[in-house]
Write a protein that binds this ligand. Structure first.
Ligand SMILES: NC(=O)c1ccc[n+]([C@@H]2O[C@H](COP(=O)([O-])OP(=O)(O)OC[C@H]3O[C@@H](n4cnc5c(N)ncnc54)[C@H](O)[C@@H]3O)[C@@H](O)[C@H]2O)c1
Length: 362
């Protein structure tokens, strides 16, 4: 099967992606590049040599500008220079713990970054489609066994979740205030769950923590073993964002608004189950609990209702839990093997994802 699941919408188009140096952004740019898009990135430089953007050599395959999304003028200038057809906003402060350590930076980046993104779109008439990437944590979380729907209220107790709830409110405000008339850009947001896959080296995320423990032969400290999350292989939400972009491009404003992308309801697992599944593939990792557990608030139970995306976008998750963990761990093991062409390895995973997806409910 072809990797073009998008009716060739991206072929030959200029696509601007903020956050291209990040985990999800770099995977998305790789897919766009392989679809024949002219890809332009805007973000802070990669943090480490291990980052997916660096190991895949993406810098030589797309055009990138170092820049801060808090810098309104610089972002606007870049949009004006590029004149993109479609734009995706993935640049953000994405970590709950970091949002406690520096709430001001978190709010500035995630709120004003979103405002600056939509301002740039608003003043750049070439843009036909703009998608803001937020998170499942944008919803007011009642800690009940319930999958949040797109119509549920925004919320968020910790600074990260609150900033993403605000980013959604900003998106809605721009949509209602500036993007309803014919001829304006079609805008939407994508809300995805906990995303995993090779190339994510962020601190305090369970899979990178496991891989670091494995590499360094150290114990794995598990902070929230019973927390339930909508785990997904990175290409699942990226597939969703790109499908959303295609629908907005081809069919217009009826696809505006918020969209959930997550696993099917019987595919939600807690952190312990993730660790158990990973240990089947790399058994040498030893698991411990934190000596002095911190009492920072983080949602315990988080599930998404993905009916809307399944019914209206013809999108659905392609991998079950086992396959998700399998493809994730093999992604890391590939990149850790000296001499691996990481770009080629990721491309192979993309091709497999498009052709061999297995879904338990089929
Ligand atoms: N990874 C997940 O599990 C997950 C889940 C739900 C939502 N998200 C969201 O997806 C998006 C991408 O997340 P990720 O996991 O790839 O994160 P990441 O940390 O790997 O990448 C973040 C990107 O944003 C850029 N960035 C951060 N602050 C910036 C600033 N001030 N100016 C310009 N660029 C800046 C970074 O340079 C990087 O390119 C974020 O919006 C995040 O909140 C991620």
């Amino acid at each position: 099967m072809s990797i073009d699941l998008f009716q060739s919408v991206y072929k030959g188009k200029k696509v601007l992606v903020t956050g291209d140096t990040g985990f999800k952004g770099s995977w998305m740019c790789l897919w766009l590049k392989e679809l024949g898009a002219d890809v332009y990135g805007y973000a802070l430089p990669p943090l480490t040599k291990q980052d997916n953007y660096v190991t895949t050599g993406l810098a030589s395959k797309i055009k990138h500008r170092d820049g801060d999304v808090r810098d309104k003028e610089k972002l606007q200038t870049y949009f004006n220079e590029v004149q993109p057809d479609l734009a995706f906003h993935l640049a953000a402060q994405p970590l709950v713990i970091d949002s406690y350590n520096n709430p001001h930076y978190n709010f500035e980046t995630n709120l004003m970054g979103t405002v600056n993104f939509f301002e740039a779109v608003r003043h750049c008439p070439s843009v036909k489609v703009a998608v803001n990437v937020t998170t499942d944590k944008c919803y007011k979380n009642n800690e009940i066994d319930y999958g949040y729907k797109e119509t549920d209220p925004m919320g968020g107790d910790d600074p990260y979740s609150a900033s993403k709830g605000c980013s959604e409110l900003i998106t809605n405000s721009y949509l209602k205030s500036f993007f309803t008339k014919a001829g304006t850009a079609n805008i939407a947001s994508g809300r995805a769950g906990n995303v995993i896959g090779g190339g994510d080296w962020a601190d305090n995320r369970i899979i990178p923590d496991i891989i670091r423990a494995y590499q360094n032969k150290k114990d794995l400290v598990v902070r929230n073993p019973t927390s339930v999350r909508p785990w997904q292989f990175v290409l699942e939400p990226v597939f969703g964002y790109l499908r959303l972009g295609e629908k907005l491009y081809n069919n217009g404003k009826k696809f505006s608004g918020g969209w959930n992308f997550g696993p099917v309801p019987d595919e939600t697992y807690n952190v312990n189950q993730v660790v158990t599944e990973v240990k089947k593939l790399i058994p040498s990792v030893n698991v411990t609990s934190p000596a002095n557990p911190e009492k920072l608030h983080e949602a315990g139970l988080l599930q998404l209702d993905i009916t809307k995306a399944m019914m209206q976008l013809d999108w659905k998750p392609r991998l079950n839990f086992e396959k998700t963990i399998d493809v994730t761990i093999s992604g890391y093991l590939q990149e850790l093997k000296p001499g691996t062409d990481v770009y080629a390895a990721r491309l192979e995973q993309l091709k497999q994802y498009c052709s061999e997806g297995v879904q338990k409910n089929n």
